[in-house]
Design a binder for this molecule. Structure first.
Ligand SMILES: [Zn+2]
Ligand SMILES: [Zn+2]
Length: 232
């Protein structure tokens, strides 16, 4: 939008069309963004006291810590869908800016010396044209001034047929989906793994296991959004 259009057309919220002040989201849609304040330190599941949740107590993940900026619901889900499937540049910009601001505002620090993004299969990447995890990792790399190891992890197999497999078989299936380039990892024993949405954690867990086998000693997971488990 140029200055003339901005002058003639009052800004509208890109999600619901309501009048918005300047930031392209109206007050209502901004209020529907839920920042995670306190959470389980191992899976980023929101709670009131930073305690380790029952699931992580029973089966701790292989990474050292997991953090997530927002709950995957409301406005964040809508923006993520628009970015991922609708290829909307404005949604991408808002989410990457939110990620950037969150890292800055929380004074996020990490012992990691490098950043790695959860990769997409090349076929899917060609079809979509971009990897949301990679774009977020680039954002994190800019704020934290850490190198992004673009070729450290590769996705070799498509894992669309997870249906009908039990949890252990899924994990095994996923583990075979990635490969590590040890040369690209050289000199980095602590890394920050970035993904867009933490759902079950299974994908990040497989990446972590492979990175550990390849010599990474401590891994931290950072995701833009954390999906809440279905309520029963
Ligand atoms: Zn709105
Ligand atoms: Zn947990």
């Amino acid at each position: 939008m140029n200055w003339l259009e901005r002058f003639l057309l009052p800004p509208h919220c890109q999600l619901c069309g309501a009048t918005a002040d300047q930031d392209e989201l109206c007050a209502g849609c901004v209020a529907d963004v839920h920042v995670i304040d306190t959470a389980c330190p191992l899976c980023a599941l929101p709670n009131d006291d930073h305690s380790v949740c029952a699931q992580c107590t029973k089966q701790p993940p292989h990474w050292q810590t997991a953090q997530s900026c927002f709950v995957y619901d409301g406005t964040v889900t809508q923006l993520m869908r628009r970015w991922k499937y609708g290829k909307q540049g404005s949604a991408e910009r808002l989410l990457c800016e939110a990620f950037y601001d969150w890292i800055e505002a929380t004074e996020f620090t990490t012992e990691a010396t490098a950043i790695i993004a959860v990769p997409m299969h090349p076929h899917k990447l060609r079809k979509r044209g971009f990897n949301t995890a990679y774009q977020l990792a680039r954002t994190a790399s800019r704020v934290l001034k850490l190198p992004l190891l673009e070729h450290a992890l590769k996705r070799d197999h498509l894992t669309d047929s997870q249906a009908g497999l039990d949890k252990a078989a899924r994990q095994q299936n996923l583990l075979g989906a990635f490969s590590v380039n040890e040369q690209a990892l050289k000199g980095h024993q602590q890394a920050l793994l970035i993904d867009d949405v933490y759902t079950t954690g299974a994908t990040a867990q497989s990446c972590t296991q492979l990175l550990i086998r390849a010599g990474v000693t401590r891994l931290h997971l950072l995701t833009l959004a954390r999906a809440l488990p279905p309520k029963d």
